[in-house]
Ligand binder design. Structure first.
Ligand code: DQA
Length: 147
């Protein structure tokens, strides 16, 4: 059974109200519902976690290696700052797919650097909520191909 851990980083709990011109009007709950639907159709189990705290995300990733087949993560602002999350991903043996609603390369300079992308299998950026859905497909395909 394929099990994927979805991690939403800081402020993504505010989606829907937060800068809708950048992130769209969709809420995190709606994204989660759609992710569950996609996973259900593919007979994949999904656990979903959101935190505004770097250490909580590091802890979650550190324990994921034994429990999950892959991680789908939107590290949000920690994308650009967190060596700790980067190292946690690097420390485990399962593949990670990085996603962003906005195209981080088309925004402010400080968003052009992702500390996560070098330890992720790949990145999906700029397709709004669809970034998550494409990313989930990619994560599932990666796991299937590795079996
Ligand atoms: C984001 C992009 C980040 O730069 C930003 O800090 C976020 C969301 C995105 O999904 O587009 O919080 O990860």
């Amino acid at each position: 059974m394929i099990k994927v851990l979805v991690i939403h980083g800081p402020n993504l709990n505010l989606l829907g109200k937060r800068e809708p011109e950048v992130y769209g009007k969709i809420t995190m709950e709606s994204i989660n519902k759609k992710l569950k639907e996609i996973a259900g159709k593919k007979k994949v189990t999904l656990d979903i976690f959101q935190s505004n705290h770097e250490g909580e995300i590091v802890d979650k990733i550190g324990k994921a290696g034994n429990k999950y087949s892959a991680i789908l993560i939107n590290p949000a602002a920690y994308t650009h700052t967190s060596v700790a999350i980067r190292d946690a991903i690097s420390a485990i043996d399962i593949p990670t797919v990085e996603v962003h609603l906005s195209n981080i390369y088309a925004r402010e300079d400080f968003r052009h650097i992702s500390l996560i992308s070098s330890v992720a299998k790949g990145q999906v950026s700029g397709f709004g909520a669809d970034s998550y859905f494409y990313g989930l497909d990619a994560a599932i395909n990666l796991v299937k191909k590795s079996k």
